[in-house]
Design a protein around this ligand. Structure first.
Ligand code: ASP
Length: 321
């Protein structure tokens, strides 16, 4: 008999594992083994090892936990590793994993928008698709699978609170699942292998209309070591914020990201005070195509793993998205 591939499933909680209990509202209770058992088709496809690491809402997940997860995935002798977790933070946890992971088996994140007891629950289908993707993904790649699509963690974002099609990537999915087959449109990105298990404190601050920027003044005294500013449009701030950001950039890394949901930060178009040319001249570093929250994670890791070269690496990575 042909030997089946082995898949390791790590469960971290989230809606995919939530059930109604004594208290009001659903909470994460299902184990990794229960999630696998709920999808009978899986038995035909692979042999499963299932381990529940935590049962939490995903806003509680930490860098420590994701590093530990990556270590476990690297040490596993399974053919692929699947992580089930809440969707709220999955765009960040999968990105973090893709920055630190250096294993040679595919690592896939998935979850659900509906709880198992809701009509049309999507968890089983997502887990099935995650297994299909895991069995065909490139060695060492990290991806996120939701609603029949495989996404690059560097590009994907949760864009909706409730629809099944909550996740999208500006560049489109790297693969789609159709009739049970995974069609890869481009190669999934491999883990980056950055050496860091903790995050330096990096603030994420959004520019908003007619705000006096007092938050920027407070950052050093709050212990932040850097800041990512989600600026207007292609990378624009008010003149007041531009002065405050320049002052900050003299003492810590200040990244210029965009508060919009797509496109790259400009570097050489607008010439007015507070626009990107001025801000870059004042010491701000453009985030390329990285969204603010991903730029924050990358910078946080670089300040721990390779502080001396943070700017060079950050810029090279920003350009790759
Ligand atoms: N609503 C969330 C989910 O999709 C809860 C969480 O992220 O844990 O799973």
């Amino acid at each position: 008999m042909e030997k089946k591939p082995v898949i390791q499933v790590f469960a971290l909680g989230g809606t995919i594992a939530m059930t109604p209990g004594d208290r009001s509202g659903v909470t994460p209770t299902l184990s990794a083994a229960e999630l696998v058992r709920a999808v009978p088709d899986l038995v035909e496809m692979a042999e499963f090892r299932a381990e529940t690491l935590v049962q939490k809402g995903s806003a509680n997940l930490t860098c420590d936990l994701i590093s530990d997860l990556c270590n476990r995935a690297e040490a596993s002798d399974a053919d692929a590793v699947i992580v089930t977790q809440g969707t709220d933070s999955m765009e960040e946890t999968s990105f973090l994993a893709s920055l630190v992971y250096k294993g040679d088996r595919p690592l896939i994140f998935t979850g659900a928008m509906r709880t198992p007891n809701q009509p049309g629950a999507d968890g089983p289908a997502n887990l099935l698709d995650a297994v299909r993707a895991a069995l065909s993904a490139p060695a060492g790649s990290v991806s996120l699978v939701m609603n029949g699509e495989v996404h690059d963690p560097w590009c994907v974002a949760k864009e909706h609170t409730s629809t099944l099609q909550a996740f999208s990537s500006e560049q489109g999915p790297v693969a789609v699942v159709s009739e049970g087959h995974v069609y890869w449109r481009r190669a999934a990105r491999k883990g980056h292998g950055l050496k860091a298990t903790s995050l330096a404190p990096v603030a994420l601050v959004g520019a908003v209309l007619d705000d006096d920027g007092r938050m920027l003044d407070m950052l050093p005294s709050l212990g932040y070591k850097a800041v990512v500013i989600e600026a207007y449009g292609a990378g624009h701030l008010s003149e007041l914020w531009a002065c405050k950001a320049e002052k900050l950039a003299a003492e810590m890394p200040v990244i210029l990201a965009s508060r919009t949901r797509g496109g790259r930060v400009f570097e050489a178009t607008y010439g007015y005070k507070g626009a990107e040319i001025d801000l870059i001249a004042r010491g701000l570093v453009p985030a390329g195509g990285l969204r603010g929250r991903k730029a924050r994670l990358l910078l946080s890791l670089l300040l721990v793993s390779d502080k001396a070269n943070w700017k060079q690496t950050f810029t090279a990575v920003g350009k790759s998205v």
